[in-house]
Design a binder for this molecule. Structure first.
Ligand code: ADP
Length: 403
């Protein structure tokens, strides 16, 4: 069974084609700067003998439809393609950012599902319309394939109301659906499953704290395999310090900015989402640059790291309190997978919670699933490389085969 996973943004299409028999990636790529002149398409094919082929087309002017048509052309190219015909693709799995309260699991897409995704657009005004464009285009290019929507929010739909209700006038929830939703659900779900496989117990018997630390960052408290709390909220702005987002702060700060600095709502939105976080404190949003700056003695870079790891530590404490007991702490995302210093700082002095790191193991430059806590430790600290595309492909397969 071949499944195409696509993640459509307002000016990009990220894709991977899987052969689900061995869960192998046959080809992957990214069409970017869609709608611009020139756009760009990077396409890689993965040969079994390890002889990968990469192609970059830079003189494109494409819309989403033309982008996906070009991708299909490359996938089926008689010389370098990985499939003979597009009809070999049995299903297309779409990443959809906001499923609101409607979707607690992946869904086969029909007109009713499309309508519900549209209804959730006010909750994700930038993402859901782009995801819908991807769905429409894929439906017309692959009319015989099942189309499946996999929602970023779905994994968090199990959180109880005491964790998702904000202490605001209740009509805002009832009428306008203002509540905590949480994001990165596909990644949290994937690493939780992989952690359970590693530990050798069913996920339904495990309590985990999962930390997705990428450009965006979020944590989830997972009790008996089900998410019971998460750090992102109505939008991905809440919670941890991120590359350019502030995460938690006094909700009165926007009033201060408006009243004392005469900032408009749009300016405040831009400041909190694009100019804050690591970038706000240190000047750089890329963790590698911040780590480098700190090593060279730059005080703002050091401060950014302190604020970043302190916030995570507070959430670890809070989630241990929520869960009562934890079996494992799971790091993932570009930073969680690659920055030993960050993992070490987040777990420092947490032996009171049975959380300890083996420095030697933590510093090994590996890129596979690994344990970085001492063997025999009560709480396992794991690094689990995330794979959101594979998770979407698995969920898509599950839905279409009714498994
Ligand atoms: P996204 O959320 O866009 O998928 P990623 O999960 O790829 O992002 O994470 C991007 C972040 O990971 C960046 O801040 C980057 O600096 C950081 N990162 C990547 N590699 C390393 C590394 N070797 N050491 C420290 N940070 C890293």
């Amino acid at each position: 069974m071949k499944i195409l996973v696509i993640n459509t943004g307002s000016s990009s299409i990220k894709y991977q084609l899987f052969d689900m028999v061995a869960e192998e990636v046959l080809a992957m790529g990214l069409a970017e700067k869609i709608g611009e002149d020139p756009g760009k398409l990077t396409h890689k094919t993965m040969a079994k003998d390890g002889n990968h082929r990469k192609m970059v087309i830079e003189d494109l002017k494409i819309d989403h439809r033309e982008g996906l048509e070009k991708i299909t052309e490359l996938l089926t190219d008689p010389e370098h393609g990985v499939i003979m015909d597009k009809s070999e693709i049995s299903a297309v799995g779409h990443r959809v950012v906001h499923g609101g309260e409607t979707f607690q699991a992946p869904m086969i897409i029909d007109e009713k599902v499309i309508l519900e995704i549209k209804k959730n657009t006010p909750l994700a005004p930038l993402h859901n319309p782009a995801n819908l464009t991807g769905i429409r285009v894929a439906m017309s290019i692959f009319p015989d394939a099942s189309q499946v929507a996999v929602f970023d929010t779905a994994f968090h739909q199990t959180i109880p109301r005491k964790a998702y209700i904000y202490a605001l006038p209740y009509f805002l929830y009832k009428k306008h659906r203002v509540r905590r939703y949480g994001f990165h659900g596909t990644s949290h779900a994937y690493v939780a499953e992989r952690a359970a496989e590693y530990i050798g117990k069913p996920l339904s018997e495990l309590n985990l704290i999962t930390l997705h630390l990428g450009n965006g960052a979020s944590m989830a408290a997972v009790k008996n395999g089900r998410c019971v709390d998460t750090s992102m909220g109505l939008t991905p702005l809440e919670g941890l310090v991120m590359g350019t987002r502030s995460g938690d702060m006094d909700p009165a700060i926007p009033f201060f900015l408006a009243n004392h600095l005469n900032m408009s709502l749009d300016e405040i939105d831009g400041l909190l989402n694009k100019e804050s976080g690591l970038k706000g404190i240190s000047g750089a949003n890329d963790m590698r640059v911040v780590l480098d700056g700190a090593e060279k003695g730059d005080d703002r870079s050091r401060l950014a790291l302190e604020v970043y790891t302190y916030r995570i530590k507070k959430y670890i404490g809070a989630y241990v309190a929520v869960l009562g007991r934890i079996d494992a702490l799971v790091f993932t995302g570009g930073i969680g997978e690659n920055a030993p210093v960050i993992r070490e700082e987040c777990c420092k002095d947490l032996s009171c919670l049975n959380i300890e790191i083996d420095t030697g193991k933590n510093n090994l430059p590996e890129d596979c699933l690994r344990q970085i806590s001492p063997s025999g430790s009560k709480v396992k600290v794991l690094v689990v490389p995330t794979n959101e595309e594979l998770e979407i492909a698995r969920e898509t397969k599950r839905v279409v085969t009714n498994a």
